[in-house]
Write a protein that binds this ligand. Structure first.
Ligand code: CP
Length: 349
């Protein structure tokens, strides 16, 4: 049965399970056979409001390998600053409005990718994801989330790496079930700056979607994630099995883990008041992923979305261990994004 069409690729939670599995299967095919013509004569605009290495390189190369073309724009740097509010008197920095930007780009290209991190001042505003929603509202071509307050492309790459590691891409294996019941730890780690919660939100979403027994390990209740993503995770557990718990205890969280996924993020109650959060965060430098913690696991694998500050978030020994699959996950960004772009373009043909 064909999975239901998707208008945009904003969050994996919008996809049916069949749709999710179809994208992962297509990504595995692209990994085996790199080239194709799914984007022949097509183009994608990649809008980066924030820096990137992996996302930019993998989207540009993915479009090229499928016969398409990518145009990279950095609004506010090499393109005009954009206004996203409706009804605004635009007498500030912004030179044009999303209503024009999205519709003009839609006349030029077949897909639009958007990277726009939170502003880190007011989470109640950041959680509305206004930049991505603005593009999705005004564009007449599909929009792809390249990381805003979630990171769905990273989710797919992460799930693919785990399925590969635990045998789901082997002939005869069942990728839908291979992660079911695995013990998965999403651990907060120290970082000198408060970072985006996007990858953490996404990790909880995809790990519960895959039916794993998920522990969110973080220093204090202030570091628990937004209720929307905790809610998605709870909904996924109800629908797919597995479990979800929050822990502030390192030893019990790591004990017997099959997967350790690390990420740093800023505590939501301190958005806009980071000076008050810093001394709290500084007290938890020991959340670094090291060999002693990994020794508590069930010979578990370690991963991270990258970029990663070595010996701050994870030690050299963990990063250089054969149990680290972060490079496989990064490679998979190329394959999953080709699957996403190809699917969205094919649906409009
Ligand atoms: N993981 C990830 O999105 O990497 P970049 O920030 O380098 O794109």
């Amino acid at each position: 049965m064909q999975p239901a069409p998707i208008q945009h690729f904003l969050n994996t939670q919008d996809l049916s399970r069949a749709g999710l599995d179809a994208l992962l299967a297509e990504a595995a095919r692209y990994k085996r056979h790199r080239a194709g013509d799914a984007l022949k004569g097509k183009s994608i605009a990649l809008l980066f409001f924030n820096a990137s290495l992996r996302t930019r390189a993998s989207f540009e190369l993915g479009a090229f390998q499928l016969g398409g073309h990518a145009v990279v724009l950095q609004p506010g740097k090499d393109a005009w600053p954009i206004e996203f509010e409706l009804g605004t008197v635009m007498d500030g920095e912004a030179e044009e409005h999303i209503a024009e930007v999205a519709r003009v780009l839609s006349r030029y290209v077949d897909l639009i990718g958007v990277r726009a991190f939170p502003k880190f001042v007011d989470w109640s505003q950041d959680r509305e994801d206004r930049v991505l929603r603005g593009f999705a509202r005004h564009a007449t071509v599909p929009v792809i989330n390249m990381e805003t307050i979630t990171h769905p492309c990273q989710e797919l790459a992460h799930a693919m790496a785990l399925q590969e590691h635990f045998g789901g891409s082997e002939p005869g294996s069942d990728p839908e079930r291979v992660l079911r019941g695995k013990k998965y730890v999403l651990t907060w780690t120290y970082h000198p700056k408060p970072l985006n919660t996007a990858v953490a939100n996404s990790a909880l979403t995809i790990a519960t979607r895959m039916g794993m027994d998920v522990t969110l390990l973080c220093p204090t209740p202030d570091y628990v994630l937004d209720e929307r993503y905790m809610g998605w995770a709870a909904q996924n557990v109800a629908e797919n099995g597995g479990s979800l718990r929050v822990s502030h205890d390192i030893e019990s969280a790591y004990a017997g883990a099959d997967v350790v996924y690390a990420k740093s993020w800023g505590a939501l109650p301190y958005f806009g008041n980071w000076e008050a959060e810093k001394p709290i965060r500084d007290r938890y430098r020991h959340f670094i992923v090291d060999e002693a913690k990994m020794a508590l696991t069930n010979d578990g694998v370690f991963s991270h979305c990258l970029p990663l500050r070595r010996n701050v978030k994870a030690t050299d020994a963990v990063m250089d261990s054969p149990r680290c699959i972060a490079i496989d996950e990064a490679e998979n960004r190329l394959h999953v994004q080709k699957a996403v772009m190809a699917r969205l373009v094919a649906q409009r043909a």
